[in-house]
Ligand binder design. Sequence first.
Ligand SMILES: C[S@@+](CC[C@H](N)C(=O)[O-])C[C@H]1O[C@@H](n2cnc3c(N)ncnc32)[C@H](O)[C@@H]1O
Ligand code: SF4
Length: 345
Amino acid sequence: MSLEHLWNEIRYYMNLEGSIKRIGTKFILAKTPLRKVVNTGIYSRIYEKKIKKKSKKIKPKFIQIENTNLCNARCIMCPHTIMKREKRTMKQEDFERIVENIINNYPTIKRITITGFGEPFADKEIIKKIKFLNEKFQYIEIDIYTNASLLTRKMSDEILNSEVHKINFSINGTGNTYGKMMGLDYENTIKNVSYFLKKKKELGKKFPLANISFMIVRENEKDIENFQKFWMNRADSVMIYPPSDWAGRKKINYSSPIPFRKKRWACGALWNYITVDVGGNIIMCCRDYESEIKFGNLLKENAKEIYEGKDMNEIREKQSRRDFSMPICNNCDNSFDSSMEWWNI
Ligand SMILES: C[S@@+](CC[C@H](N)C(=O)[O-])C[C@H]1O[C@@H](n2cnc3c(N)ncnc32)[C@H](O)[C@@H]1O
Ligand code: SF4
C-alpha cells in the first residue's frame, strides 16, 4: 500500500467515523504486526471483561435495511448468486413503518445503510426513501452501497440534491476482468460513476463521501495497481480488501489467506446494529444473506420487544462468554472488526 493510499484511507475514516481514538485503534490493530496480538488469549480475556461491564447499557446505533434484494449483476464472490429466498423490493409504506418503529424506540440510531443483498438502485423508489429519511430524520446519516450500473444521471442529480453521507461504488476490476467479476458492462459503470464524481465536484459538495471498493480474489488480483492508479485521485477513498466467504457458505478463491477464522470476541454487530431484510425481519447480521436467523418482524412487532427480547439477548449473552456455537457465528470470518472498541461508538 502506498503512503498516498494510506493517507486517503485515514482522511476518509476521519470523515466517516469522527473519533481519532477509534480510527487510531483500527489502523494500529489492522495494519501492523500487532494484529497477531489481537488473536491471542490475553487480548481476548481483557476484551471479555470490558464487554461484560459495558454491554448491558448499549443501545443500537446503526440500521442496515434491505430496500431490495433484486440485483442485475452476477458477482462471483457475492452470495446473491446462491441466495434462495424470494427476491423483491420493500414497499415505501413498509420502509417508513419499519424505520419509524426502530427510531421511535431507539433515538440512539445515527446511521442508516440502505443496502442489503441486492442492488439498491434496482428499487425505483429509492430516492423517495432517501427523501423520507431526510425530511423526517435529518440528523441521521445515510449510506448506500451500489454497483452503479443503474445509476442514471437523473438519479445522481437527485442524490446530490439530497443528504446522503456516503456512497460506496463497488467496482471489482478493470476492463474485461470487471465483466468477468460482476457480469456488468465496464464502460457503462465508469460513465455513471464519472458523471457522479464530476457533478459532485462541480457542486463543491463534501458529501456524500464517495468511496470505491474492490474485493481482491485470485481472479482480479492483477488489476489492483491499475485500479488504484485510476481511482486514487478521482474518489474520496479507495478501499481494497479481501472478501468474506459468508460463514463458509460461499467458495472464494482467496488471493491471500484470511487472517482470522476462529472467533474470539463477542461481535459488536449484535449490539450496535439492527439488520433488517426485505421482508421486515430483524436478522442476525450482515452475514446472514439467507435470513436464516430471524428474531422478529418489524411490521408486526415493536422493535424494542425484538431487540431486547429473549432470543437476541440469549445470543449476546453466549457471545459475551465466548460461546460461538450458533449458526453463522460458528464459522464467521468477520471477527477482526469486532475486536475494535465497538462499545464506545
Ligand atoms: C452485497 S453488495 C449490495 C450492494 C450493491 N449491489 C453493491 O454491489 O455494492 C454490498 C457490498 O458487499 C460487497 N461484497 C460482495 N461480495 C462480498 C464478499 N464476499 N465479501 C465482502 N463483501 C462483499 C460488494 O462488493 C458491495 O460493496
Ligand atoms: S452487484 Fe452487489 S448485490 Fe449484486 S451480485 Fe454484485 S455484490 Fe452482489
